[in-house]
Design a protein around this ligand. Structure first.
Ligand code: HEM
Length: 420
């Protein structure tokens, strides 16, 4: 075993480490080779097993009977708050969302919206993503060859409009929603979060704001049904014929929006970052559009914006020769699995033609991303616009990263666009 990298445990999860150095690729490489099921003791965070090999992540994900998403949540808690908090004034604590349910409930609630998210389910999807991508690029084009922040101008705008369209959020509420979701996921980030504030009080206030906004839409769709996801959720019934409860309906809105926005945004800005680092790959995609499908999968593999998901062991389990004890937490690092040398040739290379590409960017098995098809269509629509309209891209300043280790990516990405 070579020497243990310095600050290994802190670099795996601490938000400020992600702000200053982004994903811990070197540490993951070391862990895959030396300690793929690694007991992690980072300052200020509950202790957990860090899982970095592809085959261990698929093994865990396929056993929701042993590794629960419900029992201990899917996010790491601060040290000392391992059991979460039970503040009854915080609406997040009342909420039930599918990503934090185990079977059989998980399967029943997932079915409510799963039909909508299939390739045939999202009517007008192509129209929505293509039109949104075109308008987003039109706005970018107004800046000509002036340096712009690609995150602000493109990456965060495109998924925001797509999700607001399917969820029925009016355009004038978009900025408010963007601000709420940034605060929720990047709480410690000095620019977009609310660092220094009482986390509990801020989270309760955020929950109220989300719920007020979504509840207005739910009431409207119950009175005036339309052909959209908002109506499907507002009027959903469960297997027993009963309407889905308000807590679950609101939870669905929240999870669809929050699971869909920052993830897609970071994958789009990550794609731009990858093209800046591998300019030949942009030229290659421009020259051969038949690579679009593999390019989109490669964007998700390479960027892996959902950095980890946590599970809690419901019983003792032997994983890769290590005994996981009942009650232990485990974090599956998707970006580490996506660069696993056992599965991917030359894993650190961004290759728009990569095939096969068994990446885990959308998770695996029971909780496999419900929005994967929508995410891929959104990314593809934007890449189509980019390769159609852009000749080449240049960096135009320092990039930086959000102070968040759960869903992670660029905070700013200054670029100069040379239009075709
Ligand atoms: C590139 C973009 C995206 C990435 C990388 C991503 C990644 C993931 C991952 C890794 C999971 C697995 C969670 C687990 O195993 O616990 C997941 C679940 C989920 N995702 Fe995504 N996601 C993306 C976009 C979206 C979009 C656009 C939506 C909705 C519009 C969405 C909705 C969901 C939902 C509802 C779940 C929970 C599924 C369940 O628990 O059964 N995601 N996503």
């Amino acid at each position: 075993m070579t020497n243990v990298p310095v600050h290994l445990d802190d670099y795996l999860v601490q938000n400020d480490a992600y702000a200053s150095r982004s994903f811990p690729f070197d540490e993951w490489e070391w862990l895959r080779a030396n300690d793929p099921v690694h007991w992690t003791d980072a300052a200020g965070v509950e202790k957990f097993w860090a899982i970095t090999r592809h085959r261990h992540i698929t093994e865990i994900s396929a056993r929701p009977d042993v590794f629960s998403s419900e029992k201990g949540n899917i996010l790491l808690f601060p040290e000392g708050q391992e059991d979460g908090n039970d503040d009854p004034d915080n609406a997040f604590n009342q909420m039930r969302v599918i990503i934090m349910m185990d079977p059989p409930d998980h399967r029943e609630f997932r079915k409510v919206a799963s039909g909508f998210f299939t390739p045939r389910g999202i009517t007008r999807l192509d129209e929505i993503v293509t039109e949104t991508a075109r308008l987003t690029m039109d706005r970018l084009a107004e800046h000509g060859d002036q340096p712009v922040d690609f995150v602000e101008m493109v990456a965060q705008r495109h998924p925001l409009r797509v999700l607001c369209t399917i969820l029925g959020v009016p355009e004038e509420e978009e900025d408010h929603l963007l601000q709420l979701t940034s605060q929720l996921f990047a709480f410690d980030d000095p620019d977009v979060g609310r660092p220094g504030e009482d986390r509990e009080a801020a989270s309760a206030a955020l929950a109220m704001e989300f719920f007020t906004m979504f509840n207005t839409i739910i009431e409207d769709r119950r009175a005036n049904p339309r052909d959209d996801l908002a109506t499907l959720l507002a009027t959903a019934t469960l297997e027993n014929g009963e309407p889905m409860g308000l807590i679950e309906t609101l939870g669905y809105y929240l999870i669809v929006f929050n699971a869909g926005h920052d993830t897609t945004r970071h994958s789009i800005s990550g794609a731009m970052g990858a093209f800046l680092d591998f300019p030949d790959e942009f030229a290659r995609l421009k020259a051969d559009r038949s690579l679009m499908k593999t390019a989109v999968e490669e964007v998700v593999r390479y960027t892996a914006p959902v950095n980890y998901m946590k599970r809690t062991a419901l019983s003792d389990y032997e994983l890769g020769g290590v005994t996981i004890a009942e009650g232990d937490r485990l974090c599956m690092f998707y970006g580490a699995a996506n660069r696993d040398e056992e599965v991917f040739d030359d894993p650190n290379r961004f290759d728009v033609g990569r095939n096969p590409n068994r990446h885990l960017g959308f998770g695996w098995a029971e909780h496999y991303c419900l929005g994967a098809h929508l995410a891929k269509a959104s990314i593809a629509a934007l890449l189509e616009q980019m390769v159609d309209r852009i000749d080449s891209i240049e960096p135009a300043g320092e990039r930086d990263f959000v102070a968040a280790s759960f869903v992670h990516g660029f905070k700013h990405l200054p670029v100069k666009v040379n239009w075709a």
